[in-house]
Design a protein around this ligand. Structure first.
Ligand SMILES: [Zn+2]
Length: 354
């Protein structure tokens, strides 16, 4: 069924507003003292408190705690999701010796969306690249509050799932001319620039140089985006947005592929320089590493990484970014060397409860 604007107004009129904030702090991540990460007070001005919503269409939803509403047009259906808002300390990452700056924005239950900026640009032509901005209202609120930016200029979509691509149509409607990239073999809403494996392009007049890595498995047309500063020395690290293909300590489910496909995807990502920083689509790190420890119980890298991730999450910090070189030590999926073992790992992970 379709929800009209007036229907949603009626629903939201029953909701009280509240504000929340978390701790303030700054830290240098233990993984690399070359990486600059700053954190500021996280605040949410529009957390909506629902006492009881009752039935929304075909899905019955009851809530006792503050929730965020995610609405997404997914093919011909309208999907309504009521989710606990997740919080993470505000995270801004600057990659040393490059123009690359990444702001992490939490969405829904455990999703990350990102904004990528070319820090050498200070003029009106500055590009603002959004990665998987699936909840436009929340995303634009972050953009305005944290960066005083009104709108994105480009969108990089990793894959078609609603919690990654579900904001594309609304953003395209609001901002005519918005350039939206997505895998050519993927059903990405409002895609203006389909991309293929190995494509390389600059984002407008910026120094952001993007290479597309096709990684089919989680979905058939899933792509990752490897980004470098076109004017940085070749030794300067790049970054990769991995969506739901590679997580810190884990990988995505094989919805439209096999163990052989995921093995190929992992091998392709492994060809990136080890210092490449990874920005993934969900905060799943602790559960992934708890599982990894059941697979390789004597692996000290997994033990250390798990302790670090647990400490960070206890402090409400994001565990992104990781690096390709780091993942090669503690990610059992990236360490898999044959398709049979990859399949076995995934099946075990699907059954695993942390
Ligand atoms: Zn997905």
């Amino acid at each position: 069924m379709r929800y009209t604007r007036s229907a949603w107004s009626a629903i939201f009129s029953r909701c009280a507003s509240s504000a929340a904030s978390s701790d303030t702090g700054a830290f240098v991540p233990p993984l690399s003292n070359r990486l600059i990460v700053t954190e500021k007070t996280w605040s949410q001005s529009a957390t909506r408190s629902f006492s009881q919503l009752g039935s929304l269409g075909q899905r019955r939803v009851w809530a006792q705690r503050p929730l965020r509403t995610g609405i997404s047009a997914f093919k011909t259906h309208v999907k309504v999701s009521m989710m606990h808002t997740w919080k993470v300390a505000e995270t801004s990452v600057r990659i040393p010796n490059t123009c690359l700056r990444i702001e992490a924005f939490p969405l829904f239950q455990d999703n990350y969306s990102y904004v990528l900026l070319d820090d050498s640009q200070h003029n009106a032509d500055r590009v603002v690249v959004a990665i998987d901005p699936a909840d436009p209202d929340t995303f634009l609120e972050y953009l305005q509050q944290r960066l005083s930016i009104g709108q994105p200029t480009h969108v990089l979509t990793t894959h078609k799932h609603w919690d990654h691509a579900g904001g594309n149509s609304e953003l395209a409607r609001r901002f005519p001319g918005l350039v939206i990239y997505g895998g050519a073999s993927e059903d990405v809403p409002a895609c203006t620039s389909p991309v293929h494996d190995g494509d390389e392009f600059r984002i407008a007049q910026s120094r952001l140089l993007v290479r597309v890595l096709s990684t089919p498995c989680h979905t058939r047309g899933h792509v990752c985006y490897y980004v470098r500063d076109a004017q940085a020395p070749s030794s300067a690290p790049g970054i990769v947005f991995t969506g739901d293909t590679l997580f810190i300590g884990g990988c995505g489910r094989f919805f439209e592929g096999t163990g052989a496909h995921m093995l190929q995807a992992m091998q392709k990502l492994s060809t990136l320089p080890p210092e490449t920083f990874i920005f993934c689509g969900h905060e799943y790190t602790v559960a992934n590493l708890e599982f990894a420890l059941t697979v390789e119980p004597t692996n000290d890298a997994i033990k250390e990484k798990l302790k670090e991730a647990q400490r960070m999450r206890a402090d409400n910090k994001a565990t992104i970014p990781s690096t390709i070189g780091g993942e090669q030590q503690w990610n059992v999926f990236l360490r898999a060397s044959d398709a049979h073992w990859m399949t076995e790992l995934r099946e075990r992970k699907n059954r695993f409860r942390s």
